[in-house]
Ligand binder design. Sequence first.
Ligand code: MLT
Length: 430
Amino acid sequence: MAETAELILNGQSITLPVIEGTEHEKAFDIGKLRDQTGYVTLDSGYKNTGATKSAITFLDGEEGILRYRGYPIEQLAENSSFLEVGYLLIYGHLPTQAELTDFSSQITKHTLIHEDMRKIFDGFPSSTHPMAILSSLTCALTGFYPESINPNQTADENNLQIVRLMAKLSTIAAWTYKNSVGHPLNYPRNDLDYCANLLYMMFSFPTEKYEVNPVVVTAMNKLLILHADHEQNCSTSTVRLVGSANASLYGSVSAGINALWGPLHGGANQEVIEMLEEILKSGGDTSKFIARAKDKNDQFRLMGFGHRVYKNFDPRAKIIKKAADEVLHALGLQDSPLLKIAQELEQAALTDEYFIERKLYPNVDFYSGIIYKALGIPTEMFTVMFALGRLPGWIAQWKEMRENKEPIGRPRQIYTGELERNYVPMAERK
Ligand code: MLT
């Protein structure tokens, strides 16, 4: 017999169907609750609310499991390229060689952006945060491809928008960086793969021959794969919610970029480096900061430790820690003072009872910040790199939401304001 739940409300019994996922996680289906009872559920921050059924990413926070389309993140990070993982997320299966070659060459073909778009960069004041430029230019793509706002596009037309976005966001991201440092913009190079081309567009100068460092390419590839999806996190939920109003792919992803920009979400790796720099500036004594982190009355918090959904460890951090060690050695940065501080904090978190008890282990943001810093990427660009990694996840979730014909997202509320009262003319107000 199918499992059900019984809700007793003022003596009346209401039966709620139980929905079970393929990994046996369960939910009460409350879809008819308001019609049946007049009540809604209240769950600030949606910590106990499944907003959708999704077949893209499985995450078990207790066991530290993350899988894209069933494949463990460890295997994908070890064996795949970012575009292969992108294809897997978006289309649901690992591509054959022919499918991957076709997908990669389509993306390569679309990396150029319209010259008029280039001019938009000049309109931003130099104080603009790169995430503001990234989200604005992503939304601006609707102006260059106006057909993209039509919600009734064919699958082929939708695929073209997907490929364009996958291709152009890396160029926009690299140009955002070049623009922020006042360097000439580099046009994409079709002879390089996705990660090598991204590094080339960001770090080469017209005055010098640019050598792509394979260790750096491998680390970048892993970082992008590890960030590619994370089920219904804040930015992904934003993309789905905006898209549920039939907003375009570019408009929905632009909204997701803004959500990711928040310091509580994608901005965390930037805060890790800022914290390490603060510790270094104040003399480098980590024990002082560890004591401060334990002090309830002190505002100081260790950034990059613990995670909202991973209760024991972050599986992405395990993989990226190894990549961080490799990159720092390859670039001869293993003795950098900033890294020494990071290692001391990591050691404290892994051995000190206070951190162990509270599950404050280093998470993916802790190590990704260290790698980006070692690559010479300015801290303000860290979240842009996260957005590039998250892009195939956002696209896959938007596409799934559309294909499943999900209804427009429209949460309810519990009103806590004034009861009805009469308008007071200005002369009578106190
Ligand atoms: C993410 O990868 O989106 C972050 O770890 C945040 C989250 O999942 O809530």
